[in-house]
Design a protein around this ligand. Structure first.
Ligand code: HEM
Length: 215
């Protein structure tokens, strides 16, 4: 039987392709969007990580979610430095969540409050993705908009405290495989991962509307 981590990965594969090839993401990676679109996207990430990380302290002692709460993953400080660079020191004054982002952040907060295994689904979908494909977005952003390598503007993608992302990801999958949950609960977590991908795609769709690609 496949491990839980393999099951999650397989079950979300199709949606991963969909997210990766969304108009907004391909526009961003293809260098066809302005830095304003990148800044707007980074703002949306702030709401997502605020929801993920605001609940972390309370979840640290939880037997299911606790092992996933690792300070070396925290992205909010990096995002705030990036936003100060992208939007200026008053970045908070103009920060707004798109409705799709609000819905996404609300769902994370709800899981953080009521359902630790659901929180893990959201944790996985973001942090393992950032550790996997994040370097690619960083590389494109540096080239397209001229940010200093691993510097302000792209710090979100740099995990200073994780020396070996591949090893970290292996350890992370072991944590997923060690979750004590029966078959039904595992299926619910898989469904929540799929929901997390759908919530991400909805944000991309909204951003795509705000920043249409010029032909
Ligand atoms: C253009 C955007 C993206 C690129 C280029 C990208 C690229 C990648 C790459 C190269 C991997 C590694 C696959 C492997 O280990 O064999 C990966 C894994 C992953 N990505 Fe993405 N990705 C993107 C968008 C996303 C989005 C939007 C999400 C969800 C929010 C996401 C979530 C994940 C997850 C959870 C994994 C880990 C899969 C696993 O090993 O269990 N990715 N991505």
């Amino acid at each position: 039987m496949d491990s839980f981590s393999t099951l999650i990965r397989t079950a979300t594969h199709e949606q991963h392709v969909e997210a990766e090839t969304s108009t907004f993401m391909s526009g961003l990676l293809g260098g066809r969007l302005g830095v304003d679109a990148y800044a707007r996207y980074t703002e949306q990430l702030w709401f997502v990580y605020e929801a993920l990380e605001a609940g972390a302290d309370r979840l640290a002692p939880d037997p299911v979610a606790g092992p996933f709460v690792r300070p070396e993953l925290f992205r909010l400080p990096a995002l705030e430095r990036d936003l100060a660079h992208l939007r200026g020191p008053d970045w908070r004054a103009t920060l707004t969540a798109l409705p799709a982002t609000r819905a996404y952040a609300d769902r994370i907060a709800e899981c953080a409050r009521d359902w630790p295994a659901g929180y893990v689904a959201h944790h996985y979908t973001r942090y393992l993705g950032d550790l996997s494909g994040g370097w690619l977005i960083r590389d494109r952003a540096e080239r397209t908009w001229g940010f200093a390598r691993k510097g302000d503007g792209v710090r979100f993608y740099v995990f200073e405290e994780i020396g070996n992302p591949a090893a970290f990801k292996r350890g992370y999958r072991e944590l997923l495989d060690a979750i004590e949950a029966d078959e039904l609960e595992r299926q619910r977590v898989v469904a929540e991962c799929k929901k997390a991908f759908a919530l991400n795609t909805a944000v991309f769709r909204a951003l795509g509307k705000e920043f249409p690609l010029s032909a």
